[in-house]
Design a protein around this ligand. Structure first.
Ligand SMILES: Nc1ncnc2c1ncn2[C@@H]1O[C@H](COP(=O)(O)OP(=O)(O)OP(=O)(O)O)[C@@H](O)[C@H]1O
Length: 877
């Protein structure tokens, strides 16, 4: 009973009770009477004896033993009159002097310091007013619940004062130092009212939609059992991919604000994954401090199916009811680019709330990040920590750094832990990241867990583990934990999460207070979620559910191991390794593939291909770059010369047969297209059309070198341009994207690609997962992936959000067998169409391609020479 927190329960915010006028009036009356009569809110986190015997006068002396927090000392938590209370008292006096509360309330309307009961009263008043009913008088709130001036929040933002006056949970915030006379009688009333509020909230909730879980075949069940897959994982709640639901459907319980933001962003319906996941999350809309932890969720849905919004929307909606800024949502992602992308998504939908979102990826200095996360790192450390943000989006490495080294950074208030691209992250044991997160969110198990960890990592125990194995007294002794004290030397009231209290203090057992469950809900997302029981077990999930978006066959069998987007068309081209660049040119010039992402196996491979295609395009559109020997005119001359020689030799009856077969091929080409004399693209024109990035790339020194080398002597433009079928078209703009590039350049490239200025973006697997680049119409697997998961993620960069797209995989002869096996095993072979490209089809591309290949050698040699020089210089310095 005691755990039902009235501040965390807001029936109105469900947005799903359209005609709440009567209910609102009832509740308003209830709130009014409570606010007028019941001034005593006692923190549920306080010790029982303190709740029943509040200090008579805060300024009077207190028992001298209140400073002792050691395990064997009598425990008592002291409360300071925080600045809110002080402000509240002043405000009340002002109100008494004639300044009306209503005015104050209006000023404070947007402040997040306004307590929820006052907010509720104001909301109910507005509802009653809107319904044309008599406006009830908003009561003068008790000093304890009257918020501080809204400028306080601004002050917090500016870091003017980090004295920790907001370090109480909303529910604990309302302790009233002037209400001792009310005693336990009011306590009972408070509990009843809290229960009534909770009941109201329950009424407003809409029951969970049920999805028909198709029966799993006996074989599947047997297989899962034999593999040790837990029941919940073997029996997912399945939802068919095309199950869309209007965004304002009551089952989501979204507020009008959020619905408006969604519609503004073009979201009218929730996609299948959102239809399945959002109601489950919105059902447990409390902010924490409950007896039963909300169940965890594992979600598997195809690429581009909208998994990001499936967690972003409910997190925003649930957190928007918070009063005090705390770190309540943590999103962990494998790459920096994904962090930036997810932050942008949050920012789109967070408008109209005062939630603060931040990323921590290591791209800024550590000190800068610390300041964003907790403010002044020299502020006294409080056990409840301090946060300037509500949502943190981060990569595992940087997160661990903050857990270890940022004072006041804590995960104890976490309500949501999202692990996106979960299977990728679970494969990554980097810095033992999962262990550190789980330790930071599971306080009660901490010492035990760390002991176990200590035994298994005897040699490599880190500083954090050492600290955590110390008793609080030891920590205090070493100054690792400073308890902030007031002017009297008493510890300052701290916002320790209820679930964490027992890990810091030996609190006396009480028959009123139940132990608190952790409020954190773990949410795992991926298009290829692992079902490996060991990996899943490592997450220590609580009461988990598995939701899968997938097509289900007649007999309930999964059609494919991984579901791909419905609008995706897949092809494979089997070819020789040496032919692969030519195949890319074939796709570009004969199949008109544009807006394409081309994946290679490494950064180096991406760079080489980028340079080659860039050279090819330069040569194709600028005939003067073709060496004289390969121009049609030169070839005609050579051939005339040869005929002459042959005639002469015939007359001599000699047996000479040294003709150049390469040339004869080329001659064929030349004669095929000798009428194309419209080489409209000059170098300058190319540059005009190219993006900034492309222009920059065109200035590459190596490139200039190659041009200088190949530009001898200028042949007839008309004839050279005829060497490829599309020579008169403008150069295709190609760019490379890799982790080697500086952040600013990477962002510029993505912007240019999104703006349609780059037609082919060659990249390594850095952006094969999660990245949402809307223009991608085609994916080229230049180096075919060895694992199915990688294939799924790469091809999933196209055909997103219900659109269509095409994927081409270039499969080398020697890889063909493995590729087929991999695809077949995933039940996917039928979906892939095989394309056979005949030599004849690419003939026209060959001459310029050969020249580009020669140029590439030069480029690479030059680049390697200059990098060696740089290396040498570096050593000398
Ligand atoms: N309900 C919706 N209505 C319209 N567009 C949507 C909706 N939900 C998501 N989208 C859009 O769909 C695209 C893909 O969404 P998202 O990036 O979340 O996919 P994903 O499932 O996370 O894919 P991946 O597995 O590749 O990470 C985004 O551009 C997003 O804005």
């Amino acid at each position: 009973m005691f755990n039902i927190k009235r501040f965390d329960v807001d029936a109105d915010s469900t947005g799903s009770s359209p005609s709440t006028t009567t209910a609102a009036q009832d509740r308003l009356a209830k709130l009014n009477s409570r606010l007028n009569k019941n001034k005593a809110f006692v923190s549920p986190t306080s010790a029982p004896e303190q709740r029943s015997q509040p200090f008579k006068d805060h300024n009077k002396s207190r028992p001298s033993d209140t400073k002792h927090y050691g395990k064997d000392q009598p425990k008592e938590i002291s409360y300071k009159r925080t600045r809110e209370f002080e402000e509240a008292r002043v405000a009340k006096e002002e109100a008494k002097r004639g300044k009306k509360w209503e005015k104050k309330a209006k000023e404070l309307k947007d402040s997040d310091l306004i307590p929820n009961d006052v907010r509720l009263a104001m909301k109910a008043e507005a509802e009653a007013e809107a319904a044309g009913l008599k406006t009830p008088v908003v009561p003068t709130p008790a000093p304890s619940s009257l918020p501080a001036d809204s400028s306080l929040q601004a002050e917090e933002d500016k870091d003017v004062d980090m004295e920790g006056t907001y370090d109480v949970e909303p529910s604990a915030q309302a302790i009233d130092m002037e209400s001792e006379e009310q005693g336990l009688g009011d306590m009972k009333k408070f509990l009843d009212d809290a229960a009534a509020d909770a009941a109201l909230a329950d009424v407003a909730l809409v029951p969970l939609p049920s999805f028909e879980a198709k029966e799993i075949s006996a074989t599947e069940k047997e297989r899962a059992k034999s593999m040790g897959v837990p029941d919940w994982l073997a029996h997912p709640t399945k939802i068919e991919p095309d199950t869309n639901t209007p965004i304002d459907a009551p089952m989501f319980g979204f507020s009008p604000r959020l619905i408006k933001q969604c519609k503004k962003a073009g979201i009218e319906d929730c996609f299948a994954v959102q239809t399945a996941v959002i109601p489950v999350l919105m059902r447990a809309r409390h902010l924490g401090d409950i007896r039963k932890a909300p169940g965890d969720l594992c979600v598997s849905a195809p690429t581009g199916s909208g998994k990001t919004l499936a967690y972003v929307l409910p997190i925003i909606e649930i957190l928007s009811q918070r009063v005090v800024t705390r770190l309540r949502a943590l999103v962990v992602l494998p790459t920096r680019d994904l962090c930036i992308q997810v932050k942008e998504t949050f920012e789109t939908f967070v408008k109209g709330t005062d939630l603060k979102i931040a990323t921590s990826t290591g791209q800024n200095s550590f000190a800068h990040e610390q300041n964003i996360l907790v403010g002044d790192i020299n502020s006294p450390v409080v056990l409840g920590g301090h946060s300037r943000i509500d949502v943190l989006i981060t990569t595992p490495g940087r997160l661990i750094d903050h857990i270890k080294s940022t004072p006041n950074f804590t995960l104890q208030h976490l309500r949501f832990l999202v692990i996106d691209e979960a299977d990728r992250l679970l494969n990554q044991s980097f810095q033992d990241w999962l262990y550190h997160i789980l330790t930071a969110i599971h306080p009660s198990d901490r010492r035990l867990t760390e002991k176990a960890h200590h035994h298994s990592h005897q040699s490599g125990m880190d500083a954090l583990s050492q600290q955590n194995q110390m008793s609080d007294d030891e920590k205090l002794g070493l100054g690792l934990v400073q308890i902030k004290t007031d002017a009297y030397g008493f510890p300052i009231h701290d916002a320790i999460a209820p679930g964490f209290l027992p890990s810091f203090f030996d609190l006396p057992e009480s028959d009123v207070e139940d132990s608190k469950a952790l409020s954190v809900q773990k949410l795992l997302f991926s298009a290829t979620l692992t079902r490996n029981p060991a990996k899943i077990a490592s997450l220590q999930l609580s009461d988990p559910q598995y939701v899968a978006v997938q097509e289900v066959g007649e007999a309930g069998e999964e059609k494919q191991k991984y579901t791909t987007p419905a609008g995706l068309t897949e092809h494979m081209i089997v070819c020789e390794t040496s032919e692969k660049p030519l195949m890319v040119l074939h796709l570009l010039h004969h199949l008109q593939v544009r807006s394409a992402l081309c994946f290679t196996k490494s950064v180096e491979s991406a760079h080489r291909l980028y340079k080659l295609i860039q050279l090819y395009e330069k040569i194709r559109t600028n005939p003067s770059l073709m060496p004289a020997a390969s121009t049609p005119k030169a070839k005609q001359d050579a051939s005339k010369e040869k005929r002459k020689e042959d005639e002469e030799s015939d007359s001599d009856s000699s047996d000479s047969s040294d003709s150049d077969s390469g040339d004869s091929d080329s001659s064929d080409n030349d004669s095929d297209s000798s009428d194309d004399n419209s080489s409209s693209s000059s170098d300058d024109e190319d540059d005009d059309d190219a993006s900034d990035v492309e222009k920059e790339a065109a200035k590459d020194v190596e490139m200039e070198n190659v041009e200088a080398r190949t530009a001898t002597p200028p042949p007839e433009a008309a004839e050279v341009s005829a060497t490829t079928a599309l020579s008169s078209t403008k150069a295709i703009v190609v760019a490379e994207y890799s982790s080697d590039l500086p952040k600013a350049k990477r962002q510029a490239i993505l912007r240019a690609f999104n703006a349609g200025e780059i037609q082919l973006l060659i990249c390594s697997d850095l952006i094969s997962r999660g990245m949402d680049l809307s223009p991608v119409e085609n994916v080229i697997n230049y180096d075919s992936p060895v694992y199915m998961k990688k294939y799924i993620h790469r091809v999933g960069r196209t055909a997103r959000a219900g659109k269509t797209g095409t994927a081409y995989s270039l499969v080398e002869m020697q890889e063909a067998r493995h590729f087929k096996e991999m695809i077949s095993k995933a039940g996917h072979w039928e979906k892939i169409a095989r394309i056979k490209v005949k030599d004849q089809e690419v003939k026209d591309l060959v001459p310029a391609y050969k020249v580009a290949l020669e140029g590439l050698k030069e480029v690479l040699v030059t680049a390697s020479r200059s990098s060696r020089k740089g290396h040498f210089r570096g050593h000398n310095m």
